[in-house]
Design a protein around this ligand. Structure first.
Ligand code: IPM
Ligand code: MG
Length: 364
């Protein structure tokens, strides 16, 4: 089994180093190969997704991805910006199904900005379509307006679109995921305004006929955003488009205490996947050794479970993370009175120690 390791920018290399340490502690047979991606790759090779990196990602069984982006690249032409690396990988590898579980760990109930009783025991799964919608729709660009409120002025535009097979395949993924959980699926749309999302809703209803054992409900995205902070535990599996999923998954992350805790899996039709924390490159704290590596470590666990077919190894990582939280270790983002603040490396070491059965270090 070969894993492509793409650390990227900002805190990417720091958090990936901890996840790699944890993977190595499992003593399984994998080959890890690292390549440049994002702004780092642009600096070294003139492109955020160099051909060699893409080839490695395609050849590998799974991809472990850190994060990309830094303000210093914001002035570059869009095609050279770091974000194009992750968008390009999703597109080129056909990673249309994005799983973003939001689990509130018992020990972190108080780290959430919501009242503890609202989030205690929260365990929801957001399934975001990842290769369509306004993210990839063509045409897009800038031009001179010929109509609208200000004809003759400069304007910018993007295209929101979904084809029927694109909605069908993500709906199947979502219904199947719901079957493995509480058999309840919420499809999020904006059918009251957008043609694309009336179509989305119609297609999801059609696919539902094949899953009569799953309860399907529909929410408009504005209402879904509100319900997520009003009564998050009313949700179980949520399926939505690329743009709404981007926004709602950040919101859901905060319910769990910190975006630094949330892993993700982006899968193709055969279950090959790219695994990444849902947080970004956090350039403000890069290099300081304070970033929370748990989202990346948990992403490695998802990789073992979904693509590498090693559920026991995934369990070992997830149990180790719980043990470390249980022992009171916290990075700054999840720290609260009475717990021990540790840095990125100490957190990774503690997870390794929990896996290998050694005592948990509490040094920062
Ligand atoms: C995410 C990120 C990306 C997205 C960016 C970095 C392109 O926000 O994975 O949620 O918008 O999809
Ligand atoms: Mg996002």
């Amino acid at each position: 089994m070969k894993i492509a390791v793409l650390p990227g920018d900002g805190i990417g290399p720091e958090i990936i180093a901890e996840a790699v340490k944890v993977l190595k502690a499992l003593e399984l047979e994998f080959e890890l190969e690292t390549a440049a991606v994002g702004g780092t790759a642009y600096d070294a090779h003139g492109h955020p997704l160099p051909a060699a990196t893409l080839a490695l990602a395609k050849a590998a069984d799974a991809v472990l991805f850190g994060a990309v982006g830094d303000w210093k690249y914001d002035k570059l032409e869009r095609q050279y910006r770091p974000e194009q690396a992750i968008l390009g990988l999703r597109k080129e590898l056909g990673l249309f199904a994005n799983f973003r579980p939001a689990i509130c760990y018992e020990q972190l109930t108080h780290a959430s900005s919501l009242k503890p009783e609202l989030v205690a025991g929260l365990d929801i799964l957001i399934i975001r379509e990842l290769t369509g919608d306004i993210y990839f729709g063509q045409p897009r660009g800038r031009r001179t307006a010929v109509d609208g409120h200000f004809p003759g002025s400069e304007e910018a535009f993007d295209t929101m679109r979904y084809s029927k097979p694109e909605v069908e395949r993500i709906a199947h993924v979502a219904f199947q995921a719901a079957r493995k959980r509480s058999r309840k699926l919420t499809s999020v749309d904006k059918a009251n305004v957008l043609e694309t999302f009336q179509f989305w809703k119609d297609v999801v209803i059609e696919v539902h006929a094949q899953y009569p054992d799953v309860t399907l409900e529909h929410l408009y995205v504005d209402n879904a955003a509100m319900q997520l902070v009003r009564q998050p535990k009313a949700f179980d599996v949520v399926v939505t488009g690329n743009l709404f999923g981007d926004i709602l998954s950040d919101e859901a992350a905060m319910l769990t205490g910190s975006i630094g805790m949330l892993p993700s899996a982006s899968l193709d039709k055969d279950g090959k996947g790219l695994y990444e924390p849902i947080h970004g490159s956090a350039p403000d704290i890069a290099g300081k050794g304070v970033a929370n590596p748990l989202a990346t470590i948990l992403s490695a666990a998802m990789m073992l479970r979904y693509t590498l077919n090693q559920p026991e190894a995934a369990d070992r990582i997830e149990s180790a993370v719980k043990a470390v939280l249980g022992a009171g270790l916290r990075t700054g983002d999840i720290w609260s009175e009475g717990t021990t603040k540790v840095g990125t490396r100490a957190m990774g070491d503690a997870v390794v120690a929990a896996i290998t059965g050694k005592t948990i270090t509490t040094k920062t």
